[in-house]
Design a protein around this ligand. Structure first.
Ligand code: DON
Length: 708
């Protein structure tokens, strides 16, 4: 063509409206800036992607208390170049490494090595109908835990399952009232809602088996942040204010995050850093706190404490409560008039959390699952009706598992197998792969319609079949079998929405406030880590462990409390996810890695958002793989979500009125949704050595990508 157009560089335009951060070396993207800095500092000290991910996750437990955690759980999917160090460190037992064809989850196994990746290459021409109502139940070998490592490209991938587990005393009907209805209060706000925490075990397992630096070095940034304190910014202050009715109910959380109204505003009103100053500062902060704090029943005794600190005063908490009774959980929104959340600019210091972290850095898992921290947790459980006992803590194990693998448009996608959300993610990708979404275009009504219909089918299967594979009597059918995906896809009408009621039985609606967090890391040798962790709701059940300074999860609500009744995310789930002791609740968390067609590492992503996690991750991948968006544009692009029930297509802002009108005509009931997810993502540039890209999702105020 004569007179070719000037290149983008010549006319000083970058091409897309959003640009990722570039680093010549590694990258950390997380939901809070100081935590990303902590991870990047570990990369600079010679840590690999796993060291940095673990450092960032521990730092988030300090700086992002609504989601980062010691008292919750999560999943990690990682890929590292070269040979795995895990066997040499005693992490694999007898299990060696397997290739892409040796899947332990039914997917790959059902078809054998000849068709290793079921989400791959879905063809319209595939024969073989699945029986009505059920996918083709291939005689899938149901092996769990064999070959957790998967060789891929010039390295290997593995996943860490540190999802919380149901305590031994839990029963299927735990949260059912006499009338059969679920007691939502107990399922989400009580100590019975707490499952055995997995985060400490998972982070330590990953670091021990795959990290490069000593654990102490990796945990040092988090310990420093807890000890020195972090200034509260507006987003944290707003989040604490929203959670005030929840946090006010618990004396330990109250002392950590709340202050008397009218008191201070001075930056020093957090719990003071030095043991000497602590009592006084706390007294000041709490206004009516008794001058001689007694140990909270169930707290770590001062004498047992490394620095001899007493925990926040029960007397103080009581006097605050007496002065102005805290809102009761049954009256959410009726905040105590006498308490306020920490203000922007005040310092959140967490010396008790610092000492718990120090104990873990020194003693490893035993520092959390045994000894004073475990004692404090169990004492709290006994005193306030919780189910977790020392035997549950002692029995908890994080596990190395094989990532679930699929192929989409030539790329290899690795994600978290059940109880994680990766199978549903791959099912969704497998359903939509043959659609010509490039022609219909990002954000068009035709594309959104197809995505919605595919999402609803994938959620129906999730709800029906999935649970913790470790405790299922028999394997679920192969939901990724090409013939089954073809059959499902053929049921999608391109011109009409299929009402949810024609696919399954309607539940009563519900909605609650939620929080989780995702971080992604790339290191300078191409290593990738995607880690999602959660307390379930923001601040979990709002209860902190006295003397140990960390919040507890309410993950038991992710189980099926009663068939036909939705959980906090409106998810209707099945018997496969019923509460049984030791079982891990089904999760939507889907930390995900993508590899180029030549199997070189490409990107790491994932998201919070409860049931919207899977659809968020899918859309980031589609933007990047189908529609030519760079990583920043892919993350920023408006998102949609549908999960069968409620029968609504949720749309973020950013879709045009014309598109909405067209969707309405196709039979969709539209819902304006608040921003969905926070897909902090990274990418490794090719060829190797050209650096990495990072994107902090703009939907949250504290997210940050930091280069090494
Ligand atoms: O594991 C799950 O699916 C949920 N507990 C995740 C909760 C969540 O993402 C809340 N986030 N915003």
């Amino acid at each position: 063509m004569a007179g070719s157009a000037p290149s983008l560089n010549e006319i000083q335009e970058a091409g897309q409206r959003f640009q990722p951060l570039w680093s010549a070396r590694g990258m950390v993207a997380s939901q809070e800036g100081r935590a990303s800095e902590a991870g990047a500092a570990i990369l600079r000290r010679g840590g690999n992607a796993v060291d940095a991910a673990v450092a960032t996750a521990f730092a988030l437990a300090v700086t992002l208390p609504q989601a980062g955690n010691l008292g919750g759980g999560g999943f990690l999917v990682l890929w590292l170049p070269g040979a795995s160090p895990a066997a040499g460190r005693g992490c694999l037992g007898n299990a060696g490494s397997g290739g892409l064809g040796d899947g332990s989850w039914p997917a790959a196994a059902a078809a054998g090595a000849s068709a290793p990746l079921h989400a791959a290459h879905v063809t319209h021409a595939s024969k073989g109908e699945a029986p009505a109502g059920a996918p083709s139940a291939a005689p899938a070998p149901f092996r769990i835990g064999a070959s957790p490592e998967l060789t891929l490209g010039q390295g290997f991938a593995v996943a860490v399952n540190f999802r919380e587990s149901a305590p031994a005393a839990a029963r299927a009907d735990l949260f059912r009232r006499a009338d059969g209805r679920v007691d939502r209060q107990r399922a989400t706000r009580s100590l019975e809602s707490t499952a055995v925490p997995g985060s400490v075990a998972g982070l330590l397992l990953a670091q021990r088996c795959y990290g490069r630096l000593p654990l102490q070095a990796v945990m040092a940034p988090a310990i420093g942040l807890a000890e020195q304190g972090v200034p509260v910014d507006r987003e944290l202050a707003d989040s604490l204010t929203a959670a005030l009715p929840l946090l006010a109910v618990d004396p330990t959380s109250r002392a950590l995050f709340l202050r008397p109204v009218g008191q201070g505003g001075r930056p020093s009103t957090g719990l003071a850093a030095s043991p000497g100053a602590r009592t006084g500062a706390n007294t000041e902060a709490m206004g009516t706190v008794a001058r001689s704090p007694q140990a909270v029943p169930g707290s770590i005794a001062a004498s047992q404490h490394p620095k001899g600190w007493a925990p926040p005063s029960a007397g103080g908490a009581r006097s605050t409560a007496q002065q102005a009774p805290a809102a009761t959980p049954s009256a959410p929104g009726a905040a105590s008039p006498a308490l306020r959340a920490l203000h922007p600019g005040e310092i959140l210091r967490q010396p008790l959390l610092a000492s718990t972290l120090r104990r873990v850095a020194r003693d490893g898992e035993a520092g959390f699952y045994r000894g004073p921290v475990a004692d404090a947790l169990v004492r709290l459980m006994r005193q306030r009706g919780g189910l977790i006992r020392q035997a549950d803590l002692s029995a908890y194990r994080a596990e190395l598992v094989r990532p679930i693998a699929g192929r989409f448009r030539g790329h290899v996608v690795l994600s978290m197998p059940p109880p994680g959300g990766g199978l549903t993610l791959l099912q969704l990708l497998g359903l939509i792969e043959p659609f010509d979404l490039q022609t219909s275009g990002a954000g068009s009504a035709a594309t959104l319609h197809r995505l919605t219909e595919a999402m609803n089918l994938a959620y129906r299967d999730r709800n029906t079949w999935l649970g913790d594979p470790a405790s299922m009597a028999s394997p679920p059918p192969d939901l990724l079998a090409p013939a089954y995906l073809d059959q499902l896809r053929r049921s999608i009408d391109p011109a009409r929405h299929r009402p949810a009621a024609s696919l399954s039985v309607p539940p009563p609606p519900r909605r609650e406030s939620v929080n989780t967090t995702h971080l992604s890391v790339a290191d300078s040798s191409g290593g990738l880590a995607a880690l999602t962790t959660t307390l379930n709701f923001a601040y979990g059940n709002g209860v902190s462990v006295p003397g140990a300074g960390f919040l507890l999860n309410n993950e038991m609500d992710d189980f099926t409390a009663a068939p036909g009744q939705p959980n906090g995310f409106g998810l209707l789930q099945g018997e496969a996810n019923a509460i049984i002791p030791g079982r891990r609740p089904l999760s939507s968390m889907a930390p995900t890695l993508v590899f180029r067609p030549d199997h070189t590492p490409w990107l790491a992503t994932g998201s919070p958002g409860g049931s919207r996690i899977i659809t968020t991750v899918a859309q980031v991948l589609l933007q990047r793989m189908l529609w030519g968006a760079n990583l920043a544009t892919a993350v920023a692009a408006p998102r949609m979500h549908s999960q069968l029930w409620p029968d609504r297509l949720a749309l973020e802002e950013g879709f045009s009125p014309d598109t909405r009108a067209l969707l309405g005509r196709l039979g969709h009931s539209l819902q304006n949704a608040p921003a969905m997810g926070a897909a902090n993502s990274v990418e490794v540039l090719a060829p190797r050595g050209s650096g990495s890209l990072g994107v902090a999702d703009p939907r949250r105020g504290r997210t940050l990508a930091v280069g090494e």
